[in-house]
Write a protein that binds this ligand. Structure first.
Ligand code: SF4
Length: 410
């Protein structure tokens, strides 16, 4: 099946503009992250914003928690490569200052700014400036009145009602440039809250599992929540909230969208075999080296690292380019065809060099380049394949022995 033909239907939402990035209304799903610098540290924050943008963030949020932060925003916004969202918690005055500083969006937590008149004052100012606001309902800081109403329980219904109440305040001042999040650290709670919210509003939704924690568990939790909803067509913009370098957040968001075919690939999609008894190299180590070498290189190719030449080129036949380990050497293959043999310690650098060649010159040129080495490469790969099979046999993982044991134990 052509994977490119598979797509998820998207829930219908309205579109708002966060700076020049459209959110909702069928716009490409955007990736967000947040700086962890003091916003008053203008150069440090800008450096992080640039790194986040390079890693895949379309929109970046900065805290606006003190007057100096608002001043920082006034200096940051004009120099930022991506739209900036100001994160406001307890003081609505910071929201007004952030608007004055020129931010492209505000994020308000209704659990923290409770006075309707303050929310309305911010909404009025935002409306005059045509700046959208994210209503950030958070399972961990729900409006106390809502807790009481739901017997002290954080339920999807309580989160959705809190969001709707907030939308109501904004509606009173005729403000509808809204996106909404109903994040929770509990994945099933978060999924259900977004599902229910999607049923009752057409405002665009910002997805996230809050306080997902450090990787790798944090990445799994965030992906479980965000990916489930995206597959159901829910969500217009996403953020991974990890206890890690925010660059990782932006990268994970980008990778998720790329793997879902929801974002055009800009970087290498590195695939690697899981290794097994037939492996001729330390697959984990070489894959990690390749990951570091490709990191944020803008090469929209699928590259494979395979532990053996017996099955590697076949298993990774769909990759644009790959390398399979042989007898202390690597067998380079392009679209499943062996094209060159390289020393073991040159496997990763060779992959990078050929990936760049394919990217700039094209696949046909790469195949033409390999014309003179192709026959020899195939012969060498056959030699190593036979040697591996002779030494390790057909069943290098002793799978059949295990099957036999299982059968005997019945
Ligand atoms: S058979 Fe080869 S390519 Fe497949 S998992 Fe084992 S080492 Fe990797």
């Amino acid at each position: 099946m052509d994977a490119g033909a598979v797509s998820f239907p998207r829930a219908k939402t309205r579109q708002i503009m966060v700076g020049d990035v459209p959110v909702g209304g069928g716009a490409p799903i955007s990736v967000q992250s947040m700086t962890i610098t003091k916003t008053a540290d203008v150069d440090g924050t800008l450096e992080q914003i640039y790194s986040l943008a390079a890693a895949g963030a379309d929109i970046v949020r900065c805290t606006c928690n003190e007057p100096e932060a608002a001043e920082g925003l006034a200096r940051i916004v004009p120099r930022s490569p991506v739209p900036i969202v100001a994160d406001i918690h307890h003081q609505y005055r910071r929201a007004l200052e952030a608007l004055e500083a020129g931010v492209h969006c505000l994020r308000l937590n209704p659990g923290n700014i409770r006075k309707p008149e303050h929310i309305k004052a911010v909404a009025k100012e935002a409306k005059d400036r045509n700046v959208p606001i994210r209503i950030g309902v958070n399972g961990g800081s729900l409006d106390p009145a809502m807790y009481d109403k739901y017997d002290g329980q954080v339920t999807p219904e309580a989160m959705v009602e809190s969001a709707l109440q907030e939308i109501g305040y904004f509606a009173e001042v005729d403000f509808d440039l809204i996106k909404i999040s109903v994040k929770a650290s509990n994945v099933p709670l978060m999924i259900e809250a977004y599902r229910q919210l999607s049923e009752v509003t057409e405002h665009p939704l910002h997805l996230g599992v809050t306080e997902a924690g450090p990787p790798p568990a944090g990445i799994v939790k965030a992906t479980a929540g965000i990916a489930t909803l995206l597959a159901e067509g829910i969500g217009d913009t996403i953020r991974y909230s990890l206890t890690a370098d925010p660059i990782e957040e932006a990268r994970m968001g980008r990778v998720l969208l790329e793997s879902y075919g929801l974002r055009e690939r800009k970087n290498v999609d590195l695939i690697a075999c899981p290794s097994c008894g037939r492996a001729e190299i330390d697959v984990y180590k070489v894959a990690e080296e390749a990951q570091t070498a490709f990191a944020d290189r803008q090469l929209p190719l699928q590259v494979a690292v395979m532990g053996c030449v017996v099955n590697g080129p076949g298993e990774a036949r769909g990759a644009d380019l790959g390398i399979a380990a042989g007898n202390k050497r690597g067998h380079l293959f392009i679209q499943g065809t062996n094209v060159a043999v390289v020393a073991e310690d040159e496997m990763v650098s060779t992959l990078v060099e050929w990936a760049e060649f394919i990217h700039t010159e094209g696949m046909d040129a790469a195949l033409a380049r390999a014309e003179s080495t192709r026959a020899g490469a195939r012969k060498a790969a056959d030699e190593d394949r036979r040697r591996n099979l002779n030494e390790l046999g057909e069943d290098a993982n002793a799978s059949e022995q295990v099957v036999e044991l299982l059968r005997k134990s019945r």
